[in-house]
Design a protein around this ligand. Structure first.
Ligand code: 13P
Length: 272
């Protein structure tokens, strides 16, 4: 494993990338990395993440309490949001929060990224839901995000930005890039008259590829109980991703499926 100093340098490098890519303005955004169950490195609050050096990086415990911080630096005001992700996802070793323009535009318009428009986005992300608005720095955002953590590796934050997480810092950052690329392409294709979506069977084949590759993380391809029985996914994403399944949350999708099945049975019994 890289030394703590090396990881601090990597956080600075990723900070530079999110700033230089225009994914954050001024002092926005934050990044954290898990060292072990009780120690985490995180960016400090209120500094430009594009101009950090390793001395800026703070160390906190699993409650977000400071273990080490150089004079003048305090952990990110959003540390509670990061900690909620780690608490619920033992497979996650890094969390990135940014305000990439197109993804945040969708989050402001209240439109989740659910249309299957390109194989890479379908395989890497599936859908990207929007967690309801919460006041920054309070428990409201962690509470809003929590219900999506078992099903996704990327969440839009309503009227705010995006949150991505993965097994490594680079992968968490790459998820942020993928979310923004997907949102940008969705925006462009809408300007060009609306995207031609991938079909339900095309999406299902991509989901199958993802499962065969054994890709890490959480993804709609792995949600459906039918998958475990080898049947096609019943998740709305498997059925074209264009419903508002992700926005509604996974348990609602399961409920919808149940209601649909019961309705079908009743109609059959009524001979309709
Ligand atoms: P911090 O500088 O406190 O991490 O906050 C930046 C931000 O983007 C809040 O959402």
């Amino acid at each position: 494993m890289a030394s703590e100093y090396e990881i601090k340098k990597q956080i600075c490098e990723i900070g530079k990338r999110i700033y230089n890519q225009g994914m954050v303005a001024a002092n926005d955004g934050n990044i954290s990395v898990k060292l072990n169950d009780h120690e985490f490195l995180c960016t400090p609050t209120g500094v430009s993440k594009g101009f950090m050096t390793p001395e800026y990086i703070c160390k906190v415990d699993e409650n977000g309490q400071v273990i080490q911080a150089n004079p003048g630096f305090k952990p990110s005001s959003e540390i509670k949001m990061h900690m909620r992700v780690y608490k619920n996802r033992p497979d996650v070793n890094s969390v990135v929060h940014a305000h990439p323009k197109y993804a945040t535009g969708f989050a402001i318009a209240g439109i989740p990224l659910t249309q299957p428009i390109m194989p890479e986005a379908v395989i890497a992300l599936g859908c990207v839901p929007i967690a309801p608005y919460g006041t920054p720095s309070t428990e409201e955002i962690p509470d809003a995000v929590e219900k999506y953590l078992q099903s996704f590796d990327a969440v839009l934050l309503e009227n705010h930005g995006a949150l991505t997480f993965s097994d490594s810092l680079l992968n968490a950052y790459h998820k942020m890039e993928s979310v923004e690329f997907y949102a940008h392409l969705l925006f462009i294709s809408n300007q060009l008259g609306g995207p031609k979506e991938l079909s339900r069977s095309q999406v299902e084949r991509l989901y199958e590829i993802r499962r065969q590759f054994g890709l890490k993380g959480k993804h709609p391809a792995d949600l459906c109980p039918n998958n475990k029985e080898g049947k096609p996914s019943c998740h709305n994403c498997g059925a074209n991703c264009s419903g508002n399944c992700a926005a509604k949350g996974v348990s609602d999708v399961a409920t919808d499926e149940l209601v649909a099945q019961i309705t079908k049975k009743v109609m059959e019994q009524l001979g309709k």
